[in-house]
Design a protein around this ligand. Sequence first.
Ligand code: 8YV
Length: 316
Amino acid sequence: MKDIDVLVVWPIRPDQMAVLEQTYRVHRYDLASDTEKAHMIDTIGEQIRAVVTTHGGGFEKSLLDRLPNLEIVGCASVGFDTLCVSDCQARGIPVTHTPDVLTDDVADMAMMLLLATLRRMLPAVDWIKQGHWVAQGMMPLNTSLKGKTLGIVGLGRIGQAIASRAEAFGMNISYYSRAKKTDVSYKHYDDLMTLAKDVDVLAPVIPGGSATQGFISREVLTALGPDSYFINVSRGSVVDETALVELLAQGAIKGAGLDVFVDEPNVPDALLSMDNVVLQPHCASGTFETRAAMAQLVLDNLSAHFGNKPLLTPIQ
Ligand code: 8YV
């Protein structure tokens, strides 16, 4: 398959990149300057049969339109809000993503944010480092997970993995989705505002993109109340981030654990100085093991396509 031209818009893990380079004729669009990118597409755009990218690298229609013989896009992420999926599918080009292999790490991140936020782990570290323990004694009390209600918005694979973890910590689980799930016993809400009023912690676990832009609105956040928390491991775009920052600053929400933001890698300055938030740099799937599995899934999908076999994880 060395005669198959693959455009790398964003690289996957080094081990899998080595296999990609050994197997296909790889063009490193990611390493090219803007001038070199334009020349690359001008000269070999017609040869490109596959694209490899990630959520961070994305794949835009302007580039798709320059690849007349593209057959498949492999993306190393479960979310695909930065890819022109519908435009690809309109041309009969499948786009593959990486569900399931990252579910546990993302759910672990949600629990880490939950625990660190409610138990105020980072202020506790400062309590020691700043000498407060010596000078003032025990730090102020914080909040148990046990007995609290976690409201999950969108009970998909990752949402259900978070729910089962939270249950193990003694939390009650409620969820919002358009349709009630028949395979779970958690309390279902078909109204987001009512869920927000009833829970202690709200966690959206829904895809990014225009359909969910600002889905967790200022009104929903306000309905949470001053003793509640917000946890986000999905996409920054699903929440009114401006409202979230204001409500956190006002104490209208008690705290937040955030792995995703609207304008990554830029995080609102106000969040950087708050002691009631735990911030992570969109690294929920950022382990050696999971990123290797995601990268391998990209390779496996390309291999299936060019081997005329069914794709493993095409976006439907
Ligand atoms: C990655 C993600 O952190 O899979 C996704 O949708 O957001 C994460 O796995 C992301 O792909 C990094 O750019």
